[in-house]
Design a protein around this ligand. Structure first.
Ligand code: 8YV
Length: 331
């Protein structure tokens, strides 16, 4: 019988996905989910035909340029591919795929949840009851947040997730503004009632809530730089469910501490899984709501991501172009 291609999966995946992978491939799975060390990943790159990494695995140029690298495909379990040097992979003829679309709605739900939770102080309020603090009882002036309806939401990155956020936000009465490399199709802009800002600077200076929904690429690293963060209004909130590296996190912290930005709702961080203790302090002071990278964390979503990975691998091994190829020109 023909030797099955070796597929190395770096993390534990849903059971149904692992079962299917075992049937289809010579699958080396990670059943106890201990993250692979850089050495183990380097070894995998030199033995596997296909690698299935996640956001926690850095697949850099050095690994891909290694003379013993025999990888033919990197089928990322995740939408964002900032963990992979796509250009280096491409230069070496390695196909890269991701798992778009199946996590759009889940990520948009979590973004909307933060857009609601931060101004309305939901997590702060919940903590009063669950962390054994004393509740003085209802009062007309206690635990007041800010109204959502009528406020201006500025979405940075109007791709699939940004648009799904806009759709939700519109139902909550927010005014939709966005910055993107180019405007969305007029039909979509009309459906979303969305105003395009070519200038990110100008948009930032006028928004009540800012939501980061763009990919992390070399071009968007610290897109919200120190200079741009200073343009944001004092009362405004920032929500980030994309990637921590899009925001200069140290400056964000400084500005919230100084009362120059109202607060933040974050699902992602610059140095995951480390979370800057200053952010935790801000959260305790009711100035930040922090989630541990849960944007796409639904059982349904993770199974569908796994199914996408399998389709991409099978199509590739059948010598066809996989549906979710990522090319350097797309970044
Ligand atoms: C996952 C994500 O948490 O797809 C992404 O870009 O951030 C999430 O779906 C993770 O990336 C899985 O690798």
């Amino acid at each position: 019988a023909k030797k099955k291609p070796l597929v190395v999966v770096t993390r534990k995946l849903p059971d149904s996905i692992e079962t299917r992978m075992r049937e289809l491939f010579d699958a080396r799975l990670n059943l106890d989910d201990t993250p692979m060390t850089p050495e183990q990943i380097a070894e995998a790159v030199c033995t596997a035909d296909v690698l299935v990494p996640t956001v926690t695995d850095m697949i850099g140029e050095e690994l891909l340029k290694h003379p013993d690298c025999k990888l033919r495909m990197i089928a990322n379990f995740g939408n964002g591919v900032d963990n992979i040097d796509v250009t280096a992979a491409h230069a070496r003829g390695i196909t890269v795929t991701n798992t778009p679309k199946v996590l759009t709605e889940d990520t948009a739900d979590m973004t909307m949840a933060l857009i609601l939770a931060v101004p309305r102080r939901m997590i702060e309020g919940a903590a009063i009851l669950t962390e054994g603090k004393s509740w003085p009882g209802w009062s007309p002036t206690w635990m007041l947040g800010h109204r959502i309806g009528g406020k201006r939401l500025g979405i940075i990155g109007m791709g699939r997730i940004g648009q799904a956020v806009a759709r939700r936000a519109r139902a909550f009465g927010l005014q939709i503004h966005y910055h993107n490399r180019r405007p969305v199709a007029p039909k979509i802009a009309e459906e979303l009632g969305a105003t395009y800002w070519e200038s990110l600077d100008q948009m930032l200076a006028r928004m009540d809530i800012i939501s980061v929904n763009c990919p992390h690429t070399p071009a968007t690293y610290h897109l919200l730089s120190a200079r741009r963060l200073k343009l944001i209004r004092k009362e405004a909130y920032i929500v980030n469910t994309a990637r921590g590296g899009v925001i200069d996190e140290d400056m964000l912290i400084k500005l919230i501490e100084a009362g120059e930005i109202g607060g933040a709702g974050l699902d992602v961080y610059e140095h995951e899984p480390a979370v800057n203790p200053k952010l935790v302090r801000l959260a305790r002071a009711g100035k930040a709501t922090l989630l541990p990278h849960m944007g796409s964390a639904t059982i349904e979503g993770r199974v569908e991501m796994g199914e996408k990975v399998i389709i991409n691998i099978r199509t590739f091994l059948d010598n066809h172009k996989p549906p979710d190829r990522v090319l350097p020109s797309m970044l």
